[in-house]
Structure formats: C-alpha cells, structure tokens
Design a protein around this ligand. Structure first.
Ligand SMILES: *[C@@H]1O[C@H](CO)[C@@H](O)[C@H](O)[C@H]1NC(C)=O
Ligand SMILES: *[C@@H]1O[C@H](CO)[C@@H](O)[C@H](O)[C@H]1NC(C)=O
Length: 308
C-alpha cells in the first residue's frame, strides 16, 4: 500500500513538473480551487490576497513610510513579456524599497491583475471593505540579504510586494501609461516579448506613496509561497476607460483566449492582523465631508491633467 502511495505521488509530482504552467483561475483541472492539490502552500493559513476590512485594520503610528529609491526615470531597455497569465515587466536592481523595519528589498518585476470578463467586472486581487477595484498593480521585490530572486523566493523572509489599485472614472488618458499600453499589441501571444525603452515606475504608481496597509501573506499565484511582506497603497492610479479596456483585451493565454479575470479570490485572514500607517479617515471625518473632499480632489485632478 505504502509503495502504491509512493508511486502515485511520484506520478503526481511528475505531472506537476510536466504541466507546471498549466494552472488557471477558472478553467480546466488546475483551476484555483485545485491549486492546493499540486501546490500544497496554496492551502496554507497565511494566503493572499485578502479583504482589507478597514474597521479591523490596526493603525500603527510608529510605522514609517516606505523609502523607494530608483523608482524615478530609468534609462535603458526593459523586457516586457506575455507569460500567459499577465503582462510582466522586468525591473532593474537599482530600484529598491526600504520597509519600516529597515529591510531593503530589490525590485524584480512588475505585473498586473485585471477583470474584463464583462464590462463591469473588476479584477483587483485585494478588496477593500469587500469592494474589488478595477486593476491591481504588483511590484515584486526580494530581500537584499539574498543574492538573487531565485534564492529569495524559497526563503521565509524572501519577498515583498508593493501593490496599488487602479481607479477608473471619466478620467482622461494617463499619459504615463501610454508607452506601456501601446506595447501590449506586440505581445498578444503567450511567450512573446517586447522592450520598453526607458521606464518611470514612480509615475505609474499613485501620487501618495506614503500611506499603506501591510500584512504577511503569500504569492497570489502557484506555488503560493507564504513569504511575502505585503504593502498595499491606499491611494489610486487613475486610468481612462479606454486604457483599462486595452489592458483587459490585448493579451491571449495558452489556449488563445483573451486573458480576463486573472485574479485569485480573497483568502481567509485567519489570525493575522493588517496594519496601516495612517488613521482611517472615514471615522475621523464625517462621511458627507469625505464625499465633498473626494469630489474636490477629482475636480482638481481633472484640471491638473487638462492643463498639462
Ligand atoms: C532612502 O534610502 C536611500 C538608499 O538606501 C538612502 O540613501 C536614503 O537616506 C533613505 N532616505 C530616507 C528618508 O530614509
Ligand atoms: C494560437 O494562434 C496562433 C496564431 O493564429 C497559432 O499559431 C497557434 O497555434 C494557436 N495556439 C493554440 C493553442 O491554438
């Protein structure tokens, strides 16, 4: 019996190696509900993404802001690939993030999660008070105490992801995204590569890079390793509807189907606590005041873009 189990597991392991890239979100034998069968960590207790329930977030006034260096304009060539699940941009090791505890992380790559299966389906991975935003940006870093991403990805304190949400209203084109979005047409098929000349990640992130939610979780795709220190920015990136539509409809997966809804469902928080380095304004200011404040911000933002 034991020999049989061993044989069977060897067979399954072989299958995993052979079909390692065959996982999906919702189709076929390796949809997200079945990830834990081939990737045991996906069934763990500290998984990502999660719902960020703001009434449960603990404000920690001693948490400092992130120190991002090398995020501004970088000259050079940056490979961009359709990996069958998303679009991924390789980042230079000069891009670094120092967390509040002093850990220095080195940027590795940046990718996106989106919806698009129907016109009003959003595709962020983390949700805020149960609300799914349109797109989620992940800038993946590894701990600088390790020599490379490959080594760090298996270490318990190996990775950190800086995440940001995209918001879409009737915003005009965000020109910081124009070059990136125009390159999507070059990588329609999985495995195709293109090159971005020059890159400014800071411009592709929200204006406020100081306020964040943080917790310990995992990669949101197989192998779901539980070694990710998450930093989810509170502010949003603003894109036009056309820009969002292009990101949602430009790339095909390994079955030649448009990549839609490439996000994992939220996972149980279990005994983890999410912290923020800013107080929850909803509770310190009246909600009506909040509403008008947001309207004023939107108008100012619109004017700023119109004048540019
Ligand atoms: C941010 O990090 C850089 C490089 O590690 C360092 O030179 C700089 O002093 C840091 N800035 C702050 C405000 O801590
Ligand atoms: C996807 O489409 C391309 C171009 O038409 C074709 O070469 C390729 O074989 C297709 N792949 C699949 C899995 O159907």
């Amino acid at each position: 019996m034991r020999a049989l189990v061993l044989l069977l597991s060897l067979f399954l392991l072989g299958g995993q190696a052979q079909h390692g890239s065959d996982w999906t979100y919702s189709e076929g034998a390796l949809d997200e509900a079945h990830w834990p069968q081939h990737y045991p960590a996906c069934g763990g207790q500290r998984q990502s993404p999660i719902n960020l329930q703001r009434t449960k977030v603990r404000y920690n006034p001693s948490l400092k802001g992130l120190n991002l260096t090398g995020y501004e304009t970088q000259a050079g060539e940056f490979p961009m690939v359709n990996n069958g699940h998303t679009v991924q941009i390789s980042l230079p090791s000069t891009m670094r993030m120092t967390a509040a505890d002093g850990t220095v992380y080195i940027a590795q790559q940046m990718h996106f999660h989106w919806g698009g299966a129907s016109s009003d389906i959003s595709g962020s991975e983390h949700t805020v008070d149960g609300i799914r935003h349109v797109i989620e940006i992940h800038v993946v870093h590894y701990n600088s105490k390790y020599k490379s991403y490959d080594i760090a990805q298996d270490a318990p304190d190996g990775l950190a992801v800086l995440a940001a949400f995209v918001e879409v209203k009737n915003y005009p084109e965000n020109t910081y995204y124009s070059n990136f979005i125009s390159h999507l047409a070059n990588i329609k098929y999985p495995g195709q590569r293109t090159t971005l000349t020059g890159l400014d990640i800071q411009d592709m992130l929200p204006r406020n890079l100081q306020h964040y939610y943080t917790y310990h979780g995992s990669l949101t795709t197989p192998p779901c390793t539980e070694n990710v220190h998450w930093f989810v920015l509170a502010d949003f990136v603003k894109l036009s509807r056309t820009q969002v539509w292009k990101l949602e409809n430009s790339l095909l997966d390994h079955r030649n189907k448009t990549i839609h809804n490439d996000y994992r469902r939220t996972q149980p928080l279990n005994h983890r606590v999410v912290e923020s380095n800013f107080p929850n304004q909803e509770y310190t200011l009246g909600s009506e005041f909040q509403f008008y404040l947001r309207k004023i911000e939107e108008i100012l933002d619109y004017l700023r873009r119109a004048l540019n």
